[in-house]
Ligand binder design. Structure first.
Ligand SMILES: Cc1cc2nc3c(=O)[nH]c(=O)nc-3n(C[C@H](O)[C@H](O)[C@H](O)COP(=O)(O)O)c2cc1C
Length: 334
């Protein structure tokens, strides 16, 4: 219990160690651009250097996107993201392993067993969150094709408690980003400033707030807010955004229905060669009053409530690839 309080604000964390091989690195900056956190800086020669941020020794979600986007195989990862105690204690194995759907025990590489998988399985394992987009727009035909995959998702009682708002107007996307950052940045600065100074009153405030806002105050989103602030937006210059809203009057659990529907769309998008990335950073701030007018303008009006959004576009270079991942617990009742 005491650890819950002591480790609520900036908990002791084990981060994966990222290494950039300078012999292989061609300084293309893809890792720097694709990292969802402010997890890299460029040195004076333009080489990416893994860094922490705001007092964190590292700033890494363990997503392996930097490894995935590097065409030279110059980045390696060791270890996992792990919080050993307290409110934000992680409940994963604390070790990352590549996909092993055939139960081969890691004995074979992906290339050796990929052919044995179904197309759906291949898309599931190869899909990565895409944060490198071309300027090229996504055609209406393809957007409709992605939406259609959402329409045929399962939902409790088949009640489809969702609404899709497709935004391709640059100024509308920019408005959402600007207003989202207006809420996120002061909050992030309260949590940790760029220098990483820890102040007793911040610790006290966050420890108290985290008892009621445990999902919002995990340190990981804050490292991502720093990146968004650096970039001036949360949508990674994607040419299209699908905002997915729920009707809270759905049967049972409309949030779950909406998530399932969104994942249908994301997988369909990747199978079509598009890149997609869930963006939650813009959705949380929609709960605050300063976004009310904008919400009205884009059609987020009662009964609709925003649940998540998807940045969509043509990927810039290869992104979909297999990475290693930590493991949640599995229990078998046999
Ligand atoms: C509900 C949800 C919200 C997310 N929000 C963001 C976001 O705001 N910005 C972002 O860059 N990535 C966001 N992500 C992407 C995750 O960071 C990503 O899925 C995770 O790191 C695993 O990487 P992968 O998708 O490449 O496998 C979100 C993912 C989900 C499921």
């Amino acid at each position: 219990m005491l650890e819950n309080f002591k480790q609520a604000y900036m908990p002791k964390t084990e981060f994966p160690r990222r290494t950039v091989d300078r012999e292989k690195c061609k300084r293309c900056k893809r890792c720097f651009d694709a990292c969802p956190t402010a997890g890299f800086v460029l040195d004076t020669e333009g080489y990416p250097v893994p860094v922490g941020y705001g007092g964190l020794e590292q700033a890494c979600l363990n997503c392996w996107n930097c490894v995935a986007v590097c065409p030279e195989g110059a980045i390696s990862m060791e270890g996992a993201y792990r919080v050993p105690e307290g409110r934000y204690k992680t409940r994963l194995a604390g070790a990352v392993t590549p996909p092993d759907p055939l139960g081969l025990g890691g004995g074979k590489s992906w290339a050796e067993f990929e052919a044995e998988l179904t197309p759906v399985e291949r898309t599931i394992y190869k899909r990565r969150s895409n944060r490198l987009f071309k300027k090229k727009p996504v055609s209406r035909e393809l957007l409709l094709r992605v939406l259609e995959a959402g329409r045929f998702a399962p939902s409790a009682g088949n009640c489809q408690p969702y609404k899709f708002i497709v935004i391709t107007r640059k100024d509308a996307i920019a408005d959402i980003e600007r207003l989202a950052l207006r809420a996120l940045v002061p909050f992030k600065n309260l949590y940790m400033d760029r220098q990483g100074k820890r102040r007793w009153w911040k610790a006290a405030l966050f420890t108290t707030l985290s008892t009621v806002m445990v999902n919002q105050l995990d340190q990981r989103p804050f490292t991502a807010v720093q990146k968004a602030e650096n970039d001036g937006g949360v949508y990674w210059d994607a040419p299209a955004v699908i905002l997915i809203c729920k009707n809270p009057r759905g049967i049972s659990n409309p949030d779950l229905d909406t998530g399932i529907c969104a994942q249908n769309m994301v997988l369909a998008a990747h199978s079509l060669g598009l890149g997609a990335c869930y963006i939650g950073l813009s959705v949380e701030p929609m709960r605050y009053p300063h976004m009310a007018a904008l919400k009205k303008r884009i059609g987020v009006v009662p009964p609709w409530e925003p649940v998540t959004s998807i940045a969509l576009g043509w990927p810039r270079g290869e992104i979909d690839t297999v990475v290693a991942r930590d493991s949640p617990p599995v229990e078998w009742i046999e």
